[in-house]
Design a protein around this ligand. Structure first.
Ligand SMILES: [Zn+2]
Length: 401
């Protein structure tokens, strides 16, 4: 039986609602996947994340490979046992983070998320065999190959494993993107060969990654290779362009290509998660998304609110909230809103960089996104996606539609 079942399709767009069965429970799609890059959803206990309604989190192979190491985590029950998360886990392959160290701020700019490398790390060599780099933790020389990534993801016990790929930035030439995409395909084959010969991967799903930058023909070639490889799911990665419109166009090439190929496999969009991008992504036929945004904003005093003109954000550390008795968001079931906390109090916590403030805003932001995704999913099932997406874009609060 296929792990992924589509239970409803929208008549006016490529959107679909489904259920992805994993060894650690079902993931209701379309789904947002909170980041637990370093084995924690920052600021929150695993049980709290489950309580917010999430079926799945994302762990990061690159970070966990460097610290505390796959072997240690395997010895403590895999990532599920280690961090106390009983539901599904997808692990990033480490490709994005290792290449971010070399491509640096360009990758950050494209994806709107921080490269995982941090300050001190750097790429020493990109070879056919793999990537040699300097650890951002202690400056030691390390090596990661497709097989390393597969072995670490098996040690972590991920339910969904991503292929090890090269993530090319926006500003490289087409020629480089083409050569890199070909290497990514050879690495995909090596990932699959490793999996075929190791029983430790039994029960996990494997997603190939479509690369090809902003070039339609390269994306099409990449998509064909990924589909031919027989992987269970498809992730869309790499440079999606400089502007949102270009990003949507690149995503649409990929999802239209999948539709044309009759491929019903689950589709994950890597590193994208702004509110408007989630709505559009769902319409374009994406089944899951991951992004650091909700928790990163929360740590910086920013809360998500239904205000499209302000990019769905309110900066609570601004002086205008100093004496505001206004609630953050009426009707929101998160601990801050349901607890009746004022914007003045959240402003005070944010200004003081209190852990309590970071925790409360992270929980609020994850609640906002969980409700947004639940609304989109329910709307697809009820055959009213256009109406609900329109209302959300116009500033309706998630959970009220
Ligand atoms: Zn709230």
């Amino acid at each position: 039986m296929d792990a992924f079942s589509i239970i409803a399709r929208d008549g006016d767009s490529l959107a679909r609602a489904g259920v992805l069965a994993t060894a650690h429970g079902d993931v209701r799609t379309p789904a947002f996947v909170p980041l637990a890059s370093t084995a924690s959803v920052r600021g929150l206990a695993a049980a709290e994340v489950a309580e917010l309604g999430y079926d799945i989190v994302l762990g990061n192979t690159f970070h966990l490979f460097l610290r505390p190491g796959g072997e240690l985590i395997a010895g403590l029950g895999g990532l599920h046992g280690f961090m106390g998360w009983e539901r599904a886990i997808i692990t990033d392959s480490g490709g994005f983070q290792v290449f971010s160290m070399g491509h640096g701020t360009v990758a950050d700019e494209i994806k709107g998320r921080r490269g995982g490398g941090g300050g001190a790390g750097s790429i020493l060599a990109i070879e056919e065999e793999g990537v040699r780099f300097r650890s951002y933790l202690d400056g030691s020389e390390r090596f990661i190959a497709p097989e390393t990534s597969m072995a670490v993801q098996a040690q972590l016990g991920a339910d969904i494993v991503l292929a090890f790929d090269e993530c090319t930035p926006f500003n490289v030439e087409r020629e480089y993107t083409a050569r890199s995409t070909e290497r990514t395909h050879r690495w995909l084959e090596r990932c699959l060969r490793w999996r075929e010969s190791h029983a430790a991967v039994d029960g996990s799903l494997f997603y190939g990654i479509v690369q090809g930058g902003v070039y339609e023909d390269l994306r099409a070639q990449s998509l064909a290779s990924v589909l031919a490889s027989g992987c269970e799911g498809v992730a869309i990665g790499g440079s999606l362009g400089r502007e949102k419109e270009q990003m949507y166009e690149v995503v649409e090439w990929c999802t239209r290509g999948l539709e044309a190929a009759g491929a019903e496999r689950p589709r994950h969009l890597l590193g994208i998660g702004e509110v408007d991008d989630l709505i559009r992504g769902v319409e374009l036929g994406i089944d899951s998304f991951d992004c650091a945004m909700p928790t990163r904003l929360g740590r910086h005093g920013v809360a998500l609110v239904p205000e499209p003109a302000n990019r769905w954000r309110v900066e609570l550390d601004r002086p205008r909230w100093r004496e505001s008795a206004e609630p953050l968001l009426e009707g929101c079931p998160c601990p801050a809103c349901a607890g009746g906390l004022s914007r003045a109090y959240l402003h005070y916590l944010a200004r003081g960089r209190e852990l309590t403030g970071a925790r409360l805003l992270s929980a609020h932001n994850l609640t906002f996104i969980a409700r947004l995704m639940a609304d989109l999913r329910a709307a697809i099932i009820a055959g009213r996606l256009a109406e609900v997406a329109g209302a959300l874009r116009a500033g309706a609060a998630p959970g009220t539609l």
